[in-house]
Design a protein around this ligand. Structure first.
Ligand code: PMP
Length: 452
């Protein structure tokens, strides 16, 4: 039977996805379908549209660039938008992260970071180092290298024979732990797991450790205790291991600072950004490292890696205009302020809905998690499909949120509430009204308890 007969050819590869409305236009925090229905973009797509839709300045910058040149191959030409953007980004980075390698998305950025790290090891006579330790759960992208360090069984399982198995340690899900330790003590306990894993693997074989400083799709805006970040940096230094921050989702200002790393004063060795970097206006990402790592690679013939579309003038012109908007309108300040407000509102929902077990995140990278018992943090039954049902209830009410159920290791339905960084208090009110109605509908549907 043809399961896809009534579906558009562009979506035929997704067996389970319900047919979605046809997008007509988008502006600010809203999108409209061709029937005139309006949707509040409460997840900025997949945490991408950070400065909102149809930003006039970005569109004008792209039009200007289109009139000049949309493509010049990077081995034939430098281009001004790429040069300027690289300089501007380097200026925003923690000390010494001054070399920017452009790509067209998050997976490409992670892939580039992994391969660059390996080439650095080879160039510096450390041939035995190749293992990149990651966390479980985690998401680092869909290409085979990025998948090899991704900790989500659902996404990796069919491909496991094609992947080079990499070691993983548990992500610091301290909020689930029931022990007498303080949060900072728990953070140190999770960091120690990295040290133990390095020793188990043999430090001379370990190349890097990759982590999302604020979690995204995998852990739902997971923030570790402060102690974790500094200790992880120390452990990497102790063994000469490269610390790779995957800021594809947390970067470009969403947490209230350009890099989430800045909240803890951490300088990673390699950092990757995408998503909000060009905020949905063009495919763009970057892998950023310091010259101390880049020079040895250059001395050994240069980075043997690159993508045809990388650093193209149109994408970089979009990225540059997005950066101007973020900085000149203080959208990071707004993300911090509105994020605090939205987080407080979401936390307030816990009084009415005992099945909300946790609210977490930083700036406008926020999430809540549903549980069947707040004391034990036991998840809702898998068969409830809460992560799908609540999103559908919200969708019917014109609110888009983003959800996942993490399976294996630990389980839970979590929901990312991440509107664009231009969101106002009125938008937060609208999100909360629609979300409350959606939670009521979910509680009625699944028979979950609720207060007044
Ligand atoms: N890393 C992280 C942390 C991500 O959230 C994502 C996308 N969800 C990726 C990498 C992969 O990015 P892309 O889908 O642009 O390839």
């Amino acid at each position: 039977m043809d399961q896809t007969a009534d579906r558009p050819p562009s979506n035929l590869f997704y067996q389970s996805r319900a047919r979605r409305p046809l997008l007509d236009r988008a502006e600010g925090v809203y999108l409209w379908d061709v029937d005139g229905n309006r949707y509040l973009d409460g997840s900025s797509g997949a945490m991408v549209s950070n400065i909102g839709h149809s930003n006039p300045r970005v569109l004008a910058a792209m039009r200007d660039q289109m009139d000049k040149a949309t493509f010049g191959y990077r081995l034939h030409f430098e281009n001004a938008p790429a040069e300027t953007l690289a300089r501007r980004v380097a200026g925003l980075m923690p000390d010494g992260l001054d070399r920017v390698f452009f790509v067209s998305g998050g997976s490409e950025a992670v892939e580039s970071g992994l391969k660059f790290a390996r080439q650095w090891a080879v160039a510096t006579g450390q041939e035995s180092r190749w293992k990149v330790i990651s966390r479980y759960p985690s998401y680092h992208g869909s290409t085979l290298g990025a998948l090899a360090v991704t900790g989500m069984a659902l996404m990796t399982a069919p491909f496991s024979p094609m992947l080079r198995e990499m070691p993983r340690i548990p992500a610091p899900t301290c909020y689930l732990d029931r022990d007498p330790l303080s949060m900072d003590e728990r953070g140190l306990r999770y960091a120690e797991m990295l040290r133990q894993e390095i020793l188990r693997q043999g430090p001379e074989t370990v190349l890097g450790f990759i982590m999302e400083p604020v979690g995204g799709a995998s852990t739902g805006a997971l923030v570790a205790p402060d102690s974790y970040y500094a200790r992880i940096r120390e452990i990497c230094d102790e063994f000469g291991i490269l610390l790779i921050y995957d800021e594809v989702m947390s970067g470009a200002g969403r947490t209230g600072k350009f890099l989430a790393a800045e909240h803890w004063g951490i300088r990673p060795d390699i950092v990757v950004v995408s998503k909000g970097f060009a905020a949905g206006y063009a495919p763009l990402g970057a892998m950023i490292a310091g010259r101390a790592l880049v020079e040895p690679v250059l001395d050994h013939g240069g980075f043997i890696h690159g993508y045809t579309y990388a650093g193209n003038p149109l994408a970089c012109a979009a990225g540059l205009a997005v950066l101007d908007e973020i900085l000149e309108r203080d959208l990071m300040g707004n993300a911090a302020r509105i994020g605090d407000h939205l987080k407080a509102e979401l936390t307030g929902l816990m009084a009415r809905y005992p099945f909300i077990g946790d609210v977490r995140g930083k700036g406008l990278l926020l999430a809540f998690e549903l549980v069947s018992d707040r004391e034990t943090m036991a998840p809702l039954p898998v068969g409830d499909n809460a992560y799908i049902r609540l999103v559908e209830h919200a969708y019917e009410r014109g609110l888009i949120i983003y959800s996942r159920r993490t399976r294996g290791g630990r389980e839970g339905d979590h929901f990312l509430v991440c509107p664009p960084m231009i969101a106002t208090e009125d938008h937060v009110d609208e999100i909360m009204d629609k979300l409350t109605a959606s939670l009521d509908a979910l509680s009625d549907e699944l028979g979950l308890p609720k207060g007044n």
